[in-house]
Design a protein around this ligand. Structure first.
Ligand code: ZN
Ligand code: FE
Length: 258
């Protein structure tokens, strides 16, 4: 099996689309389509024909390029069953639910339902390549806002993702890492791994380079939204002896007001 080639495509002001290419079969996927032109240009530059569009959720900054890219390349559009029923993924061909899988050449992807940011949100996990495409559910050093789901639901989704192997590479939908890191330092200033990561991200931003991918293991050590068990965070929030989801809920509320 050939390696999956990966190319991050910056779109709009802070979105990422991710191109995935399997050399053996020539198949190419894009995870989310924030806008058409940068994705079309990257495909052209690589000489890849788009075969799969994998949507994480229905928000405009994740599906805006679906129809034009589908028309141009004849790609198949995948999205969640929930969003399919709502008719809110443009050009959708294949509806996916939790536990479903799909293939790009010989590479298998698992579909994980991760409701919270939206009720139909799904993540894609490339099993052999150990890559997670988390959309707006899990960001580096942060997580998505709760537009449709509640905190308990979102916590359950994040808890699933934090149980993936530590060497899984996280790809997320936005470059929010530095501002997320500033909030993270507010709630867990004693976390040395976090301080080191924020320094690294500052340097990457100075060099105009992306802060992703990053490993799940590193996120578990630094992302406050994956760390509700942290004594320091609990102490700061005055929340001892409560369930993890309640700590998560308090963190999310504080971040919304940050
Ligand atoms: Zn979104
Ligand atoms: Fe988004």
């Amino acid at each position: 099996m050939s390696a999956l080639r990966v190319r991050l495509v910056p779109c709009r002001s802070d979105n990422y689309a991710v191109l995935l290419h399997d050399e053996d079969s020539g198949e190419t996927a894009v995870v989310d389509t924030p806008e058409t032109e940068p994705i079309a240009a990257a495909l052209e530059e690589e000489g890849w024909r788009l075969t799969h569009i994998l949507n994480t959720h229905h928000h405009g900054d994740h599906v805006a390029g679906n129809r034009a890219l589908k028309e141009r390349h004849g790609a198949t559009v995948y999205g969640s069953e929930y969003d399919a029923k709502k008719g809110r993924v443009p050009g959708l061909d294949v509806a996916l639910k939790d536990g479903d899988g799909l293939r790009l050449g010989d590479h298998r992807f698992d579909v994980i339902a991760v409701p919270g940011h939206t009720l139909g949100h799904i993540a894609y996990y490339a099993c052999d390549a150990k890559m997670l495409f988390a959309g707006d559910t899990l960001f580096s050093l942060g997580c998505g806002r709760l537009f449709e789901g509640d905190a308990e639901m979102m916590w359950h989704s994040l808890d699933l993702l934090r149980h993936l192997p530590d060497d899984t590479q996280l790809y997320c939908g936005h470059e929010y890492t530095l501002s997320n890191g500033e909030f993270a330092l507010e709630v867990e200033p004693g976390n040395a791994a976090l301080r080191e990561r924020v320094e690294e991200v500052r340097e990457l931003m100075r060099q105009r380079r992306p802060s992703i991918p990053v490993s799940i293991g590193r996120e578990k050590a630094t992302n406050p939204f994956l760390r509700p068990q942290s004594a320091e965070i609990r102490d700061r929030l005055g929340l001892e002896g409560v369930e993890n989801w309640r700590v998560f809920a308090a963190l999310r509320e504080r971040k919304d007001a940050f």
